[in-house]
Design a protein around this ligand. Structure first.
Ligand SMILES: [Zn+2]
Length: 471
């Protein structure tokens, strides 16, 4: 892992203290019956305190939700399939707001209580390590937004004609109970019921649409494990285009209030071509479907790489001008971030550095500035006091993560040459597909593929305190 010595020592100390505190707490609660103990109440990621949980690993979410825009009320049932990773006496799910009416573990009703953003579930019997189990949660209420999202408003937003659930690093817990951390990826099946005439869009492959009594149920299925922050739900009046690309479903949607043939629509229409270009550089497209959604709500001031179907805020198409760069960025994330995911947010440059670099690759391919020229301009403009790795919670969406990260990627390319560089990228996206990875994993893989030491290079370009020598 590329870190400064001071940070490593700090991490060790923090870990040791947490263990001590954990032991004391476990001893105080008196819940260590026969070695069974509660799962951790968060994932231990300091960038998102309280998010995620421990003691189990989710493999699948089966979600069935109904949303009525006229009352802003959501009713849901979540059937979560998981396996215990310890002898488990109780466990937490993340759930923001909403009222839980019943929880079952397997077929048996389970005790449950709320503790701020946590749903604490105590099954009738302890769950032995390795045991697979299902948790069924019935819930309802008016979902909430996440107001402190670093990237702008997130969570579940009630819009003029429906709703948008979206956000990084967290938003999923505003509309379903979830282990809300990218370290626990899972497959999803979603059935979403909305009034007839509205679209209900989400991730993955579309299933059948069924209507009854004025309501329509849309089905979506994402088979490849997905981090919870990459889920989305978009409900409203949309122009939905369904087709195929490279033998897989392609679903794009543009808010009906935006022009039908303008920049947003034309940019989205290039999704297949841009994905194909990126596949020629990064390796095969990692998912079973393609697409994109442009929303009209100004509170979505960002674009997010929601798995297989990125969501773009209206601000990316000012004056309804085309913006293929943002499409290239979000599609690059399908490899870097969505398929190969961070296990800790301090490694977020692994997502944003490569996605930013993909913008340079696309611009060059599209007849604009070369990647080398973008590199030179960015090099001259960079503040080297800010690190790309472990940027700090407040700077996880900062320039050092995005632009300095892209500089490091191009410096690697200049150092090892094009052949080895693209072999490193394709090996990374293949070996780490549908999994999690760290900066240390990338450095080790690059050194193996290149057959040479590269850690000093990564150190200098990612975290060094002064401008590195140009390669
Ligand atoms: Zn990004």
């Amino acid at each position: 892992m590329v870190r400064t010595g001071r940070t490593r020592a700090g991490t060790r100390l923090a870990t040791a203290l947490t263990c001590v505190i954990g032991l004391v707490l476990a001893g105080c609660t008196g819940e260590q019956r026969d070695g069974f103990r509660p799962g951790a109440a968060d994932a231990g990621d300091p960038y998102v305190p309280g998010r995620g949980n421990g003691g189990y690993d989710v493999t699948h979410y089966g979600l069935d939700v109904r949303y009525d825009p006229s009352t802003d009320r959501l009713t849901g049932r979540a059937v979560i399939t998981a396996a215990a990773t310890q002898d488990l006496s109780r466990f937490n799910l993340d759930l923001a707001g909403l009222t839980v009416n019943a929880v079952r573990v397997g077929d048996a009703r389970a005790d449950h209580r709320r503790d701020d953003g946590e749903l604490v579930v105590t099954p009738r019997d302890g769950l032995p390590r390795g045991q697979q189990f299902t948790v069924t949660v019935d819930y309802a209420g008016v979902p909430t937004a996440v107001v402190d999202g670093s990237l702008g408003s997130g969570g579940f937003l009630h819009t003029a004609d429906g709703a948008v659930a979206l956000g990084q690093p967290d938003s999923a817990a505003t509309w379903f109970p979830v282990n809300d951390h990218p370290s626990d990826k899972a497959s999803y099946d979603l059935a979403v019921t909305v009034p007839d005439g509205l679209a209900a869009l989400s991730n993955g492959v579309p299933g059948p649409k069924t209507s009854a009594d004025g309501w329509t149920t849309w089905h979506w299925s994402e088979r490849t494990p997905m981090a919870s922050y990459l889920t989305t739900l978009v409900i409203g009046d949309y122009r939905v285009v369904t087709g195929t690309h490279a033998g897989r479903p392609m679903v794009t949607a543009v808010a009906a209030s935006l022009p039908p043939t303008g920049g947003a629509a034309s940019s989205l229409a290039r999704t297949g071509a841009i994905a194909d270009f990126l596949a020629s550089r990064f390796g095969p497209y990692p998912f079973d479907s393609y697409g994109g959604i442009v929303v009209a709500d100004d509170r979505i001031s960002y674009a997010l790489e929601t798995q297989s179907r990125p969501v773009y805020g209206p601000a990316f198409f000012p004056g309804d001008r085309p913006n293929p760069s943002v499409v290239a960025h979000e599609l690059a994330h399908q490899w870097f971030g969505d398929s190969v995911s961070v296990g800790r947010w301090s490694d977020i440059w692994l997502n944003e550095g490569f996605a930013s670099y993909a913008e340079w690759l696309w611009e060059e391919h599209d007849g604009g500035r070369t990647a080398q020229r973008n590199f030179e301009l960015q090099y001259a403009a960079t503040d080297w006091s800010q690190p790309s790795v472990e940027p700090g919670r407040e700077r996880m969406f900062g320039t050092a993560v995005y632009k300095r990260g892209a500089l490091a990627v191009h410096a690697l390319r200049r150092t090892v040459g094009d052949d080895v560089f693209f072999r490193i990228l394709r090996t990374w996206t293949t070996e780490r597909a549908a999994a999690n990875a760290t900066t240390a994993d990338l450095v080790a893989l690059a050194e193996r593929v290149a057959g040479r030491q590269l850690r000093p290079l990564f150190d200098a370009w990612l975290v060094g305190g002064s401008a590195p020598t140009l390669p």
